[in-house]
Design a protein around this ligand. Structure first.
Ligand code: UTP
Length: 321
């Protein structure tokens, strides 16, 4: 019988250097997709998957995350006095119940593997989910929920979300090699971090969601620091794979890497367009903006990013003066 997954770990202790200066005083996980902090979206996904306890591995300058998951009495009382019941409901719905959150500190940002290891006492001897909050994985049902289904179907083990990338990009990611079971589930038999293109076993990469057995903690403890002095989670997973099965869930939705500027901007556009309240008016405004942008490109040499213009279906040939 497989053990139930009750806890999820959210590593949020990274420095967010790609978002400086914004992240000098604000955690990158508190940057918003429209009006929801990135970290809230990962918590929503975990809740949908049945997670009961949310473990945050924080660092210096991350106290805003703790405040976000706490009650704000003064704000709530002001909203109540002003009759803002919709805003009050929003705050109420997002708040985990008392005792459902734990916070621990990674004192130095020594890498993802080390951040996960910092959660070992809170997780204890049980399997757990791990979500990298800056990877927003848009799908219905959510990615972690689908992974829970595979976990139950396979009777336990470890599960990682994987997704296909163009072959030219494999050297930027952790890549998996795999076979398939008779029921089509991906059985991972190889993991390799940032392989040269000609040594990658496939173009399926490890995305930002994991279900891991507690044995991962001793493998992390035994792992040596790799590139940049960081302790890599992939190295510990490779060691664990020698003893336990790893299943792959082929994620079929859309991933936005919100630790990266382009991914973050695209996530805002995609979520803004999908919103019932502002979607239609946002689409109109965006189209107008793109037309204006295209017109300015027509005036300036050269017209390079025709891709963007094609996406709004309004590509125009340059007029020759
Ligand atoms: P990233 O490598 O994307 O985060 O880690 P980063 O280091 O904050 O980003 P840049 O490259 O400097 O811009 C993925 C996730 O792992 C966490 C991050 O907070 C992020 O959620 N992380 C990373 C830690 O918790 N501790 C670490 O030592 C490294």
């Amino acid at each position: 019988m497989h053990r139930q997954i009750r806890k999820a770990v959210f590593p949020v202790a990274g420095l967010g250097t790609r978002f400086l200066p914004a992240t000098k005083a604000i955690p990158k996980e508190m940057l918003t997709i429209v009006d929801r902090p990135v970290i809230q979206m990962a918590v929503d996904e975990a809740r949908e998957a049945g997670i009961e306890h949310f473990v945050f591995v924080t660092g210096r300058n991350k106290s805003a995350i703790e405040d976000h998951f706490d009650k704000q009495y003064e704000l709530e009382s002001t909203l109540r006095k002003r009759g803002k019941s919709h805003a009050l409901d929003l705050l109420e719905n997002d708040l985990p119940a008392a005792g459902e959150t734990s916070f621990t500190r990674q004192q130095e940002p020594l890498g993802l593997g080390h951040a996960v290891w910092c959660a070992r006492h809170i997780v204890g001897d049980e399997p757990f989910a791990l979500l990298l909050p800056d990877m927003i994985m848009q799908a219905k049902p959510g990615c972690l929920k689908r992974m829970m289904d595979i976990y139950a179907q396979q009777g336990g083990g470890n599960v990682v979300a994987v997704e296909e990338v163009p072959w030219k990009d494999v050297n930027r990611y952790g890549v998996v090699g795999f076979d398939r079971t008779s029921n089509g589930v991906m059985m991972i038999n190889q993991m390799i971090e940032k392989p040269p293109r000609d040594q990658a076993p496939s173009n399926q990469i490890i995305a930002g969601r994991y279900i891991l057995q507690p044995g991962i903690f001793e493998k992390i403890a035994a792992a040596k620091a790799g590139a940049g002095g960081e302790i890599q989670l992939t190295d510990a997973m490779i060691a664990l794979m020698a003893e336990q099965p790893f299943w792959g869930y082929e994620f079929a939705g859309t991933t936005f890497d919100c630790g990266d500027k382009l991914g973050f901007l695209l996530a805002n556009v995609a979520h803004g367009l999908a919103r019932e309240d502002i979607g239609p008016v946002f689409r109109d405004a965006l189209e107008k903006l793109l037309i204006r942008h295209r017109d300015s490109l027509v005036d300036d040499e050269p017209v390079a990013d025709s891709d963007l213009l094609e996406k709004v279906g309004r590509k125009r040939t340059r007029s020759v003066a």
